[in-house]
Design a protein around this ligand. Structure first.
Ligand SMILES: NC(=O)c1ccc[n+]([C@@H]2O[C@H](COP(=O)([O-])OP(=O)(O)OC[C@H]3O[C@@H](n4cnc5c(N)ncnc54)[C@H](OP(=O)(O)O)[C@@H]3O)[C@@H](O)[C@H]2O)c1
Length: 312
């Protein structure tokens, strides 16, 4: 276990940073894949000191940019013999943002960061994961996907490349929920695709944790106040980081693949019924996910789009 190699994206704050500390403390070789190098160097130093562990590497990565992902993956492969664990933790959610933004490759920024970027990165690292004896991938998902229990809720597949950016209303929260639903659908499909290579792919349904001061600093004043207020009752990120660690290392999850796992580390089930009282249970509980996630047409659509957009 001592020389197992783990990549954690967005490991400079919040759950990602707490996870980097947990893996380092347990003796894993940790690669923090981060965008803001100045801030990340400080986090790397802190994690190295607190964990008393020397192998905490920092490598530059902007998950919203395909060029950056390609550069990162080449550099990683040149430096490390294989990859054991890949945690797609980084995400874009700019509270209160009203503007539809595009990534360097002209893809809506939330989807580029939360869905297509992780897809490309996994594709490029799959051969290195195959070299591990127990390769595992974890996607950071969210309870926000429960909005898909509303039968009218759909991913706006036709507006992910700026097609209606000036004419359609933009909601950063809808885009965030849509991008995480798409990531969940990719989890299910990837698990099937990678089965023969022994690569396990799961998603964690994160409910709520305290937001980091770094993240709050980026917010506008109204959202700052709201975030501080919510932080009074929200649990610390370390609990969720422990779940990252457990799902990616324990014997309990060794053979688990293609699953959504909730904050209680239970497997979330497809909902058998999305009407009446059963629907209330779906919405307020954490035991089931919307049938939208496994609809064959939806899954095929997001899979094809991910493949097409990241080709080349
Ligand atoms: N906190 C919650 O209550 C909650 C609830 C549900 C789900 N989640 C999920 O849990 C994960 C971690 O959330 P958190 O609350 O710990 O968030 P956080 O503290 O805001 O951390 C997000 C990390 O992602 C990084 N990031 C964003 N865009 C990036 C990009 N283009 N390239 C590389 N890194 C990028 C950020 O780096 P920069 O510093 O460079 O911006 C930061 O390190 C996310 O996937 C989030 O969606 C969190």
């Amino acid at each position: 276990m001592k020389d197992k190699i783990v990549i954690i994206t967005g490991a400079n704050s919040g759950i990602g940073k707490a996870a980097a500390l947990k893996f380092a403390t347990e003796g894993y070789r940790v690669i923090m894949a981060c965008r803001n190098m100045e801030m990340s160097r400080a986090a790397q130093k802190e994690i190295t000191e607190v964990s008393n562990h020397t192998h905490v590497d920092l490598m530059e990565l902007d998950v919203s940019s395909f060029d950056s992902i390609r550069t990162f993956c080449s550099a990683f492969k040149a430096k490390y013999p294989r990859l054991d664990i890949l945690i797609h933790n980084a995400a874009y959610l700019s509270h209160g943002e009203k503007e539809y933004k595009l990534s360097p490759e002209h893809i809506e920024l939330t989807f580029a960061t939360n869905t297509f970027g992780p897809f490309l990165m996994t594709r490029l690292l799959a051969d290195h994961l195959e070299k591990s004896q127990d390769p595992r991938i974890l996607h950071a998902c969210t309870t926000n996907i429960k909005h898909f229990f509303d039968p009218k809720r759909k991913i706006d597949f036709d507006n992910l490349r700026g097609e209606f950016r000036d004419t359609r209303p933009y909601s950063v929260y809808k885009m965030y929920g849509d991008s995480k639903m798409a990531l969940l659908m990719l989890t299910f499909k990837m698990a099937q695709e990678f089965k023969s290579q022994g690569i396990k792919v799961n998603a964690l349904q994160i409910n709520r944790v305290k937001l980091s001061k770094e993240t709050i600093k980026k917010m506008r004043s109204f959202w700052k106040v709201l975030a501080w207020a919510q932080n009074l009752t929200n649990p610390l990120p370390s609990g969720m980081a422990d779940s990252y660690f457990h799902i990616c290392t324990s014997d309990e999850f060794k053979n688990v693949t293609g699953q959504l796992i909730n904050h209680k580390r239970e497997i979330v089930q497809p909902s058998p019924n999305e009407t009446g009282i059963a629907q209330l249970k779906n919405i307020f509980g954490s035991g089931s996910y919307p049938s939208y996630a496994t609809d064959a047409q939806n899954v095929e659509k997001i899979w094809k789009l991910s493949t097409t957009l990241t080709e080349g």
